[in-house]
Write a protein that binds this ligand. Structure first.
Ligand code: XMP
Length: 513
């Protein structure tokens, strides 16, 4: 394992990502991690960038015993300054911030870190810089603005770079990380989803043991489906998947989930039709956060009721709760970030663990989303399920603005179905990260035939994004939008007007509520 110590840069997780792409297993921990408390022995360490200044009071510092491990170390940006600071303090604020591309000039062609790299574009994002070489170090690469773009102490195998190899703007960044991980640290390139499946199944078996049973909620999304399939492979019928149909799902969703998971993948599945219960509890609720709470609580309630009916054959209690947690959630919870960067978290089953005294099992907690998709394909999940757009837990409940009634849900659902069907027909589904229709509770005048009507408005939203933290609206051609709008007003009763949302995130969020 390559250990990435995070100083809070917005790019830190990308270091792990890039290493995984070259099949090297890497894990990220906060920079404050005590080396004596590590659960594994790293074969190399990468210090990430970060928003602080090493010389300032309160700046984060790494446990200096990383230098006693005798493993190669690579410092990126703040990470390099940290190495310099610990080894002689040659860091100060530069005259100006350097942000953007620069051309790398490798001055020491023998340096193994820069093997196969030269005169290529690298990405800079820093204000502080090295003012002198720490003792034992030499310069191995420069840019016109950074005389110390790359430094090394090859006897100790410690390297520092001012630029960010983990971002795609650094053209040969992956090459550099590969040079470090594979050539310098001798990391094996065996992180593949094929190997992962075997290990994951063994680990699940070891955790659950020979007789205990496990339950888990499935939503029809890729994460919970992949997690459920792994459980099924590991412990067969001792895993029980529960699908709570909250009445706020997309059209035919419950049928499709049953078909894919139960019939297709042989997963022990209980489908609970609880639509009435959710809609009753939502009566009169218009505040979005309140809706989320009501839906979340109702979910826990229904899930618990059904879960309590599942009794293992030996009469004991169910011991484990499956959760489809992914690595970005894990990173989010351990990441070393300033207090200002709070990020929304959407967890629906949080309360269950406490209430039911179940032990949590999270077989996907090391994986990024695209790794989960690849895993899903290897496990034989249908393509449609593997590439499904994300769908929020509260579903159409937060896509009907204002009060959620069965009639309103029906309108939003039909419009959404038309929109998504047309997107699929046009071959755009995979290009778009997420698309949906939402129903605005405003009345707008229209004419149909000779009749004036006064009906509601559908807003369509389609976005492209990498991480859902920022997003851009998708540019459809006019003929496509025309077709969708015309179908919706003609086929969905209660809609007199269709609009397309052309706001990016930020400032607008993906969902309207
Ligand atoms: P926002 O609206 O925050 O959405 O820009 C970002 C992503 O999160 C999804 N989302 C939710 N998912 N429960 C969920 O499970 C929620 O309450 C929720 N709110 C937003 C949204 O669909 C998008 O993919």
């Amino acid at each position: 394992t390559i250990l990435v110590l995070d100083f809070g840069s917005q790019y830190s997780h990308l270091i792990v990502r890039r290493l995984r792409e070259i099949k090297v297993y890497a894990e990220m921990l906060p920079c404050t991690q005590k080396i004596s408390e590590l659960k594994f022995k790293p074969i190399g360490i990468i210090l990430s960038g970060g928003p602080y200044s090493v010389y300032e009071e309160g700046a984060p510092h790494v446990d200096p015993s990383i230098f006693d491990l005798n493993v190669p170390i690579l410092g990126i940006c703040y990470g390099m300054q940290e190495i310099a600071w610990i080894n002689g303090k040659g860091v100060s604020r530069g005259d100006k911030r350097e942000y953007g591309p620069a051309i790398l000039n490798v001055t020491d062609k023998e340096c193994p870190l820069f093997k196969g790299m030269d005169n290529s574009r690298v990405w800079m994002s820093h204000h502080d810089k090295l003012t002198e070489l720490p003792s034992g170090f030499k310069t191995v690469a420069t840019t016109s603005n950074s005389p110390y773009a790359g430094v090394s102490d090859e006897t100790k195998q410690i390297y520092g770079i001012q630029f960010h190899p983990e971002v795609t703007h650094t053209v040969q960044g992956k090459q550099l990380l590969q040079n470090f991980a594979v050539d310098i640290c001798k990391a094996p390139q065996n992180w593949t989803m094929e190997n992962f499946i075997e290990n994951a199944i063994e680990r699940i078996r070891a955790t659950v043991g020979p007789t205990a049973e496990a339950i888990g909620a499935v939503s029809g999304g890729v994460d919970s489906s992949v997690a459920a399939k792994l459980m099924r492979e590991a412990i067969g019928d001792r895993f029980h998947a529960i699908f709570v149909d909250n009445g706020l799902m997309r059209k035919d969703e419950a049928i499709q989930v049953k078909k894919a998971l139960d019939d297709g993948l042989g997963i022990n599945l209980v489908v609970v039709d609880a639509g009435d219960e959710f809609l009753t509890n939502l009566k009169g609720v218009t505040d979005p956060e309140k809706k989320r709470k009501v839906i979340g609580h109702t979910f826990i309630h229904v899930f618990e009721r059904v879960a309590n009916q599942i009794k293992p054959k030996d009469g004991s209690d169910v011991g484990f709760l499956l959760q489809g947690t992914l690595y970005p959630d894990v990173i989010e919870s351990i990441s070393f970030k300033g207090p200002s960067q709070t990020i929304k978290s959407h967890h629906n089953v949080g309360g269950l663990i406490d209430n039911m005294q179940l032990k949590l099992i999270e077989p996907l907690r090391e994986l990024f989303k695209d790794e989960v998709r690849h895993l899903g394909e290897l496990l034989g999940l249908p393509e449609e399920l593997v590439w499904r757009h994300p769908f929020p837990g509260p579903g159409i409940g937060i896509r009907v603005l204002g009060e959620v009634t069965p009639k309103q849900v029906q309108i939003a659902r039909e419009a959404d179905y038309i929109f998504i069907s047309e997107i699929r027909k046009a071959g755009l589904y995979r290009q778009i990260s997420q698309a949906f229709a939402c129903l605005l509770p405003v009345k707008s005048v229209g004419v149909m035939g000779d009749q004036r009507m006064y009906e509601q408005v559908i807003a369509l939203r389609a976005i492209e994004t990498v991480d859902f933290m920022t997003a851009d609206w998708f540019v459809f051609d006019a003929a496509f939008l025309k077709r969708v709008a015309s179908r919706i007003v003609n086929e969905v009763t209660g809609v007199s007007r269709v609009t397309y949302d052309i706001t990016s995130k930020p400032p607008a969020t993906v969902e309207w509520e």
